[in-house]
Design a protein around this ligand. Structure first.
Ligand SMILES: Cc1cc2nc3c(=O)[nH]c(=O)nc-3n(C[C@H](O)[C@H](O)[C@H](O)COP(=O)(O)OP(=O)(O)OC[C@H]3O[C@@H](n4cnc5c(N)ncnc54)[C@H](O)[C@@H]3O)c2cc1C
Length: 387
């Protein structure tokens, strides 16, 4: 019954764990120091077909569902690795799959499945817009067979390691649109062609190794043929993909929580202070047990949200709730694990401090906890809206 006891997709999990064993803590520590991209790790995942599991078989992927993708990302994080360098290659293509033309699907999906094309940059957030996406101002003006794009994006991860970027921009200003969420359009930007020809990419150094960037658009020409779906409907297309993203990131958080719980349990059994293992003290073992209970509960909700998504059922609330609970479970486990390790928790070679820093992100991105609470309060409980 309990998915915590009998994990789904055991063969996939074992294979991913074997792959990750070739990328030990020392590999991630060296990259973290330099803020360098884990190119070899991403190549191994690509060659193993793991980043193409959500692409239908007709386009060269494995045609599996979100549960299988969740199992892959959970195992990556459980092993001490980090899927942030490439997880978007799994799901960003969803906007083409669901809303692209037959020609666009044929042109891009097989190459994304093989890894020949990397579509793992997703350009939504702007410095002046924050969580309120309807306030974006990056504008695509129509000029013949092109759009001409001007504006700025912030926190666009993997832009330097992506051949294509899904870009959300305005084609009608917020003031002129019927509704604030109307008038936004999705364009597929060819990054190699764009950089230096109207697009400037500036890396942003952060407390984690996440390859995130700031983008400046100055009259970048994007062919109208690269528009996904109808002009002005982009916000709706982007929302579709956000549920998948939240569920998959929740799965990564579950993997992180398992990493911390396993490391803390092992250390608490081995480390002797006052002549006995520290784990014999309930002050040490209870937080580990609590972290396990919290992770197990969140994991069940991740499974539930993934099943709803796979069944094509509405799952916005479940995707949000599982991301919130999983990110809180992983953060509690991170703090517990650091405390269990005492001073050694701060030593780079133990990987705890790195994973601790990495685990903190998910209460902020891709959506912050307050905004999820607001969704539950107003959409589920019908409480008055605050904005
Ligand atoms: C490392 C990293 C990678 C990222 N990668 C990408 C990416 O690839 N593509 C992309 O488009 N974006 C990306 N983001 C952006 C990310 O999605 C946003 O940071 C996140 O959605 C929060 O938006 P914000 O930073 O603008 O916070 P803000 O919207 O400015 O909010 C700041 C704080 O105020 C709170 N708050 C705001 N309004 C309210 C309210 N009405 N009620 C209560 N609380 C409120 C929020 O919860 C938050 O805690 C990334 C961010 C980071 C840090």
């Amino acid at each position: 019954m309990s998915k915590g006891a009998i994990p789904s997709f055991p063969e996939i999990r074992q294979a991913v764990a074997r792959l990750c064993a070739d990328f030990p803590g020392s590999y991630w520590q060296a990259l973290d120091r330099e803020r360098a991209y884990p190119a070899e790790f991403v190549r191994a995942l690509t060659e193993g077909g793991y980043l193409a599991v959500l692409i239908p078989e007709a386009y060269g992927g494995s045609g599996l569902g979100l549960s299988a993708a969740s199992a892959i990302l959970e195992e990556i994080h459980r092993s001490g690795s980090n899927g942030g360098a490439c997880h978007a290659q799994m799901y960003t293509m969803g906007v083409i799959l669901r809303h692209g033309s037959p020609e666009q699907k044929q042109a891009y999906l097989p190459k994304i499945a093989s890894g020949e094309l990397r579509l793992q940059a997703f350009g939504v957030t702007e410095p002046g817009a924050g969580t309120d996406t309807t306030r974006i101002t990056t504008f695509a003006r129509r000029d013949g067979d092109d759009y001409v794009v001007s504006g700025q994006k912030l926190w666009i991860s993997r832009a330097e390691h992506s051949d294509l970027m899904v870009l959300l921009c305005r084609t009608t200003s917020r003031d002129e649109a019927k509704k604030p969420s109307d008038g936004m359009t999705v364009l597929l930007v060819d990054m190699q062609q764009a950089v230096g020809n109207g697009l400037t990419v500036r890396p942003v150094r952060t407390m984690i190794n996440h390859a995130t960037t700031e983008l400046f658009f100055e009259d970048l020409r994007v062919p109208v043929a690269n528009r996904i779906g109808a002009e002005g409907e982009g916000f709706r297309y982007i929302l579709d993909g956000m549920n998948a993203e939240r569920i998959l990131i929740a799965a990564e958080c579950i993997g992180d929580a398992k990493f911390f719980i396993e490391r803390a349990s092992a250390y608490a059994k081995a480390r002797e202070v006052f002549g006995r293992p520290i784990g014999a003290n309930q002050g040490v073992q209870f937080p580990i047990a609590r972290a396990y209970a919290q992770m197990t509960a969140a994991s069940l909700l991740v499974d539930h949200a993934a099943s709803l998504f796979e069944a094509g059922e509405p799952c916005g609330t479940e995707a949000n709730m599982c991301k919130m609970l999983a990110s809180e479970a992983s953060w509690f486990a991170a703090d517990m694990c650091l405390q269990t390790h005492g001073g050694f928790g701060f030593a780079e070679e133990y990987d705890i401090e790195r994973k601790f820093r990495e685990a903190r992100l998910y209460q902020v991105a891709p959506i912050s906890t307050n905004l999820i609470l607001s969704h539950i309060a107003t959409h589920v409980l019908d409480l008055p809206k605050s904005f």
